[in-house]
Design a protein around this ligand. Structure first.
Ligand code: SF4
Length: 349
């Protein structure tokens, strides 16, 4: 481990080329990857697992990503948008329970969102002080829109690139380009957001090389948060007949991310828990340090299915807090209600 870097990255890994890293990664047993990632995570975030309250406030989307259950062309989806009052009530209840970060997530390209989101953020900021962080995850918008949302009270933004393979991206997301998405990530950084991105593991058409390249791209972008999860086929999409990779592949990629981006906040995602009953615990054991209980009202959650077999649909998000507490305790970790900035941001201060 380095003694000079503020982040304890194994130096031989930090310097490896793409080919060198692929060779090293392929030759390591999962147990070794986990052991290395656990050491790095313990040295950076200790045994803390930060909580983020997720609110899926609208499933309207004008995009048609081939893998996504709420894509525009899926007419079986019952569309909804939570009212401002409903969102405010959830945030108020979350703050009373001690939560400090809320993630407001929706589909993309809604014409009315620039204005309505600004208004909502201003209303939220009337009672949420600077100890509370608002993360938006609403897709690609012009930089001026991001600027307005930041002024209105947003702090962080999640925008996954899903795959670093340009051709695969264009195939999977018709009418969109990887370069535009990466431009949006740069715009968000310039506007002062803590930016998160990430990718899917096992998309039809990707290879191990793609996945290693995905991790390199995350590092190149100096992301503060990285969300990954397994590809899970949704029955009402063009990719319904494809299969997921075993959970071990997502676990190995989580460990590699922790080793190459030791500063990043990495969620143990619901998608991993949907692929394997211990999926989230396995990601936490591989270096993830964030959990996102879903606070979306139970009657709406079932209409926000990006993939099939999503877990916790019938549970009230508030009950999830107790369940998650037991789950993290079972692997020697504990939940933290702290705001949980990434170490990269702390380091810059
Ligand atoms: S992945 Fe996102 S942008 Fe693509 S169709 Fe689904 S909600 Fe819309």
């Amino acid at each position: 481990m380095s003694t000079t870097s503020p982040f304890p990255v194994p130096q031989y890994l930090a310097k490896l080329s793409f080919d060198g890293l692929r060779e090293w990664f392929s030759s390591q047993p999962t147990s070794v990857l986990l052991s290395l990632a656990q050491t790095v995570c313990a040295n950076t975030y200790g045994n803390k697992v930060y909580l983020r309250g997720l609110i899926e406030f609208s499933n309207h989307c004008f995009c048609d990503c081939l893998y996504c259950g709420i894509r525009h062309s899926n007419h079986k989806v019952e569309r909804y948008t939570l009212s401002e009052e409903e969102i405010i009530a959830i945030v108020q209840r979350g703050i009373a329970r001690g939560l400090k970060t809320f993630v407001l997530q929706s589909g993309e390209n809604r014409q009315d969102l620039p204005e309505t989101m600004s208004r909502l953020l201003r209303r939220l900021r009337r009672f949420a002080n600077e100890d509370i962080a608002f993360t938006l995850s609403c897709g690609v918008y012009p930089r001026e829109v991001y600027r307005e949302w930041k002024k209105a009270g947003a702090n962080r933004y999640l925008l996954r690139f899903e795959t670093s393979d340009e051709d695969l991206f264009s195939h999977l997301c018709p009418g969109k380009s990887l370069s535009r998405r990466l431009q949006a990530i740069e715009d968000l950084k310039i506007e002062g957001y803590a930016v998160g991105s990430g990718f899917m593991v096992g998309l039809p058409g990707e290879t191990l090389d793609t996945r290693i390249q995905n991790v390199f791209l995350c590092r190149e972008l100096q992301l503060e948060m990285v969300g990954i999860g397994p590809f899970l086929p949704h029955p009402d999409t063009p990719l319904a007949s494809h299969h997921s990779l075993p959970i071990e592949e997502t676990v190995r990629m989580t460990a590699l991310l922790r080793l190459l981006l030791p500063w990043a906040n990495i969620p143990a995602t619901t998608a991993a828990g949907s692929l394997h009953p211990r999926g989230r615990e396995m990601m936490l054991e591989a270096g993830a340090n964030v959990l996102m209980p879903n606070l979306t009202p139970t009657e709406k959650k079932r209409h926000y299915l990006l993939y099939a077999n999503k877990i916790c649909l019938d549970e009230d998000g508030w009950e999830c807090l107790s369940c998650l507490s037991l789950r993290v305790a079972s692997i020697g970790k504990s939940l933290s209600f702290a705001k949980g900035e990434s170490l990269l941001r702390e380091e810059k201060r």
